[in-house]
Design a protein around this ligand. Sequence first.
Ligand code: GLY
Length: 254
Amino acid sequence: MFQHAIVRTPCKNVLNGITSAPELGKPDYEKALLQHAAYINALKQCGVDVTVLPADEAYPDSCFVEDVAVVTKRCAIITNPGAASRNGETAGIIETIRTFYSDIEYIRAPGTLEGGDVMMVGDCFYVGRSARTNAEGIRQFGEILAKYGFSCVEVPLEKVLHLKTGVNYIENNNMLVAGEFVDKECFAAFNRIIIPECEAYAANCIWMNGTVVVPAGYPSVLEAVQKAGYSTLIVDTSEFRKIDGGLSCLSLRF
Ligand code: GLY
């Protein structure tokens, strides 16, 4: 069960966040703030306390705190983001992480790793080898995890930004899978809920203490998650989608 979450208020510069989908337009800042507030509210409804960090105008993507740390039940790992414009974001999370963790580890250059590429399944961490997370980052990550009694499985990515862009574990052996992850051998033993291509964005749901938070506007994913026996909460993330962000990127949960 999760007790805590950390989020960061979107900055005005969120309009200039990295995007692979410029055709969706720029985020509407006021709307992004409202959606972020609703997101915090949903996390609170799931029983966690939420630490809200202030907006950081130096980093357009800084509301996506998931990428700058991996928080486990035994240690926290400060990452080394592979996107140049995001690399400095880690400095702004360390002090907050220190208030929750005494065991803090670091991914160091030339290793790169972003938390969006890390999916926790019990004591095993799947990690995407992506444009943001390289082989050296995964090597360091595996070494750190082993020190704390965790294991690590590398998943090569072909198309999407981060591992959790297309696959998310929602506990009880259930996994939401979309696109290139549907047929991956390493996920064959899970009950895979296959997401249709037209709703692929909603593969990025988050499990929060028995409830699954689902992005607004994806009815077949919502129905599939409810059919799997979960209570659900819906949060609109349309403004974050415009800069490749989803539900999981917006918080650290532990
Ligand atoms: N815009 C989110 C990211 O590219 O990391």
